[in-house]
Design a protein around this ligand. Sequence first.
Ligand code: FAD
Length: 444
Amino acid sequence: MDYDIIIIGSGSAASKVAHNTASAGWDVAIVDSQRIGGTCALRGCMPKKVFTGAAETLDWSQRLTDHGITADVDIDWQDVQSFKQSFTDSFNNGIRQGFEEAGVDILEGRASFEDEHTVTVKNTSHTADNFLIATGAKPRPLTFTGQDHLITSNEFLELEAIPGDIVFVGGGYISFEFAHVAARTGADVTILQRNDRPLAMFEESIVDELLDASEDVGINVHLNTPAGEVEQHGDHYHVYNKEGETVSKTDLVVHGAGRVPQIDDLNLDKAGVDTERGGVTVNDELQTTQSHVYAAGDCAASPGYPLTPIATIEGQTVTHNLLHDDKTKPDYTGTATTLFSIPPVASVGMQESQVEEKGYEYSVNEGDSGSWFSSQRIGVDHGRYKIMIDDATDEILGAHLIGHHAEEVINIFAAAIKHNITASELKSTPWSYPTSIADTDYML
Ligand code: FAD
């Protein structure tokens, strides 16, 4: 065999496995068809947060103009782009260099299986005893006429300028996050959501507050409006609903209709690796239907959400199982997730419907936090929380927030859920004051 392990993909799920198996003395190769480093570092979380940071700065100044701030804050998108690029270039270089220094061979190109122990990359066959499939996700294929006019999040992150009018097809994470950035730059923004419930992974009352916050900054969210067709007219686009009515004439149409596992061209059948709706079929230890082939991260049909920390945890599990010939399972308890709108939405644990389904006796603490001093002193009007607490054990079952610093405050609840800290124990903590985390006192 050429290698002890070949890892397909170089993102968050792949990274730990490559480094740890190489430092254990294994011969390791990593394959990627794009720049080394994966989605989060180069085309996802990290570049997106640079955009969010710029938009938040505009938002701060816009919010506080009636409260003593007089500077007319403006944005130079090309400079924001260069700033973002400085990070992604350095991540790409650093991650590549890290692999090289660890003695990992980098194979550039698209991998597909030839048989159970062989992959082809650019017409060359490479064999290995073990494999990790960590190929991530891609935008969900769309079927309406003119869907090829849509750009994806990859292209949105490379825009040289934010156009004056943008339509997002689909009301998922990507649409709301980018819509909030674009709206702060002055763009007219529309989101088309096929049913009446965008962001179903978040608690309904919190999403309703986000819809109000979105409306306040001029984002038009059309519910029950699936896109029917997109037509190009010169450098503009006409977007129609299913009934053929014009929904918008716009400068740019962006795919925000979700992502699916990126596994189609891997020839997994030739390796005897099964797939299902959620991706590559895996057991609790992340082994596929071939015991020497593992899958982790966004491409795996595991119970973990398609998020960077989950890809990392799954990679750590695979590393452990490979190096110790063990059967450990990833622990997803207390996975927090944030939608980086302005203000952000954040969540951990169960929604109320899930708590009910599981038959808990529980209490709900719910309310408006936008009226609290911590929000009002910075001109933020939108804030809401919903916390479910187990009556029998006093443990937090779910915490759902929208508001300033929600993305940080949620981590306190995540730690509580992960480490069985009760609601009373959290409440009795003498947090630094006045801070957003100290506000958890009013939520518990
Ligand atoms: P990836 O990092 O996607 O890596 C897979 C790699 O495999 C890619 O580089 C790809 O080129 C390569 N590949 C695929 N097929 C092949 C093949 N056949 N041959 C060779 N190479 C192949 N998560 C968060 O937790 N927080 C966030 O704020 C957040 N924001 C996001 C914003 C955006 C715009 C996007 C798109 C995603 C975001 N995510 C976020 C999700 C997060 O990026 C993913 O969950 C994470 O990157 C998954 O890691 P992975 O290792 O499974 O796959």
